[in-house]
Design a protein around this ligand. Structure first.
Ligand code: CAA
Length: 256
């Protein structure tokens, strides 16, 4: 049984709540494993069409666990990379929404950026303060923050360790929307339910195409998208979706 997270499923939405309040949800190895395991379990369940990952009002996650890492050597970090299992998280096929309130710092910001959509409470604060600890981001921040907000703004944030608030993060393109903190979970659930109501194979294909846009250059990404687009015409859900539009009625997707 997980000890540092809470999980629940409601309809077609799975929710993972980080629950290590005494350390502001700092990602120690146990918490990281529990998040990845829970996410994999939801991902394997065809009844789940979207996952929400969230923290507390004070912290989404304040980073990798500094106390756990402080005395590790180069060899131990290199041989037994504490961040290796995040590859499994980023390989999930189910869309994941990060619902962020409070601090999303270091590995916490990086965890949010491994999700597909970031929804922010007006209390959210994002940053990569690793430079203040004598290290650099280690869970993808140098790549994903740069891709999300551009090299120059990402460089300023990472070189100074400055935090940015929710409004600035939205302007910069890191978060899709800012909502009042009290509404965060409801808004995230509504968003997740909307995504989960779509055809599962089409959602998977879209997520693969989005990943291709991040992991390759434009030409390669466009090639991937063209193939994926054509392949969807083998689905019943494509026929149903287009027929429903023509007939001016809601689609009835059967996920095949
Ligand atoms: N690791 C371990 N413990 C942490 C932590 C972290 N990342 N962040 C907070 N905590 C602990 C604190 O040590 C404190 O524990 P104690 O009560 O035992 O002292 C508890 O959580 C509450 O924190 P604060 O008292 O510091 O709370 P605050 O409200 O005064 O400050 C904060 C909040 C500004 C977020 C501050 O806690 C902070 O700066 N945390 C560290 C942020 C950080 O540097 N993150 C990057 C980590 S490195 C990383 O993530 C590498 C990577 O790329 C993967």
């Amino acid at each position: 049984m997980p000890e540092l997270i809470l999980t629940e499923a409601e309809g077609r939405v799975g929710r993972i709540t980080l629950n290590r309040p005494e350390a502001l949800n700092a990602l120690n190895l146990q918490l990281a494993h529990e998040i990845v395991d829970a996410a994999l379990e939801f991902d394997a369940d065809p009844e789940i069409g979207a996952i929400v990952i969230t923290g507390s009002a004070k912290a989404f996650a304040a980073g990798a666990d500094i106390k756990e890492m402080a005395d590790r050597s180069y060899a131990s970090m290199y041989l037994d990379g504490p961040f290796a299992r995040w590859d499994e998280f980023t390989a999930l096929r189910t869309p994941v929404i990060a619902a962020v309130a409070g601090f999303a710092l270091g590995g916490g910001c990086e965890l949010a950026m491994m999700c597909d959509v970031i929804l922010a409470a007006d209390s959210a604060k994002f940053g990569q303060p690793e430079i203040n600890l004598g290290v650099i981001p280690g869970m993808g921040g140098t790549q994903r923050l740069t891709a999300a907000i551009g090299k120059y703004k990402a460089a300023e944030l990472m070189l100074t360790g400055r935090m940015m608030g929710a409004e600035e993060a939205e302007r910069a393109g890191l978060v899709s929307r800012v909502v009042p903190a009290d509404d965060l979970l409801d808004e995230a659930s509504t968003l997740a339910e909307t995504i989960a109501s779509k055809s599962l194979p089409v959602v998977y294909a879209l997520k693969d195409a989005l990943k291709a846009s991040q992991n390759s250059g434009l030409a390669e990404g466009l090639r991937f998208e063209k193939q994926a687009f054509a392949s969807l015409f083998s689905l019943n859900d494509q026929k149903e979706g287009m027929a429903a539009f023509v007939e001016k009625r809601p689609p009835n997707f059967t996920h095949d």
